[in-house]
Write a protein that binds this ligand. Structure first.
Ligand code: GLN
Length: 247
């Protein structure tokens, strides 16, 4: 079987808080199941990035400055990205990457950065410093038919609204807006979230959910990743959930 191909967009610019670790974790968890991966990178100015056969499109988080710098380059890829999304390629987007796939992002200087418009949500950075969303966060989502607590931390001024299908319910922290009850955006082939960490380091079941979707799509057969040693992740999650949910 050919390799599982991950398109990592703007790794040099959208890598806030080590978000590129999500690509490492996906590659590692695939390798542990005997699935070879290939990471293709698209950076600012790269021409002819090959979208064919891509299984996952990944964007990390970034500060307003980087988001402004890459906005035009991203818009130039609109057709390729839309085609990939409509063909069922999995989209994993963190924070700034999440924002840029919506209608627009109005940054902290009031500059409106056009988004790709793949999704209906839009984001406006709050001018009220007290509304900056910073801290640990726990979001309850549903993966397959099971609920799952997703743990991470958030640091964004952007307040995202018009979110038709949120990624989950906020159990601790802020979410799409300051003191919001919902966080992120989801579809069957989309996870868009404000959670840094990197996200997948504390949430192995989410990583495996993405791998399961991609391998099922690629092979045409239902794919259930075999269990691997997640002892450390489980210990870390137990401590964090007790602390963050005061359970
Ligand atoms: N610059 C955006 C904001 O402040 C995104 C930040 C991020 O990616 N952590 O909302």
């Amino acid at each position: 079987m050919d390799k599982l191909r991950i398109l990592h967009m703007y790794p040099a610019m959208l890598d806030l808080y080590g978000d590129s670790g999500n690509v490492e974790i996906l590659s590692y968890r695939c390798r542990m199941r005997g699935i070879e991966t290939e990471v293709i990178k698209h950076d600012l100015g790269d021409k002819d990035t090959d979208f064919s056969g891509v299984d996952i499109v990944y964007l990390g988080g970034g500060a307003d400055f980087e988001q402004q710098l890459l906005a035009d380059d991203l818009l130039g890829l609109k057709d390729n990205i839309r085609k990939a999304y409509e063909n069922g390629v999995y989209f994993l987007m963190i924070c700034g990457g999440y924002q840029l796939m919506g209608q627009y992002y109005k940054d902290s200087n009031g500059k409106k950065i056009p988004g790709l418009g793949l999704f209906d949500y839009y984001t406006v950075a709050s001018t009220n410093k007290r509304e900056r969303c910073i801290g640990n966060i726990v979001v309850e989502t549903t993966l397959g038919d099971k609920k799952y607590k997703v743990i991470g931390f958030e640091n964004h001024g952007g307040q995202t609204t018009n979110v038709k299908t949120p990624f989950g319910k906020v159990l601790a922290g802020n979410g799409n807006e300051f003191a919001s009850s919902v966080e992120g955006y989801t579809e069957k082939n989309v996870t868009a979230t404000y959670l840094h960490g990197p996200l997948l380091s504390k949430n192995p079941r989410l990583a495996d959910h993405i791998i399961s979707y991609c391998m099922t799509r690629k092979t045409g057969q239902p794919y259930k990743p075999e269990q691997i040693n997640d002892k450390l992740e489980a210990e870390c999650r137990k401590v964090l959930l007790e602390r963050l949910l005061k359970k």
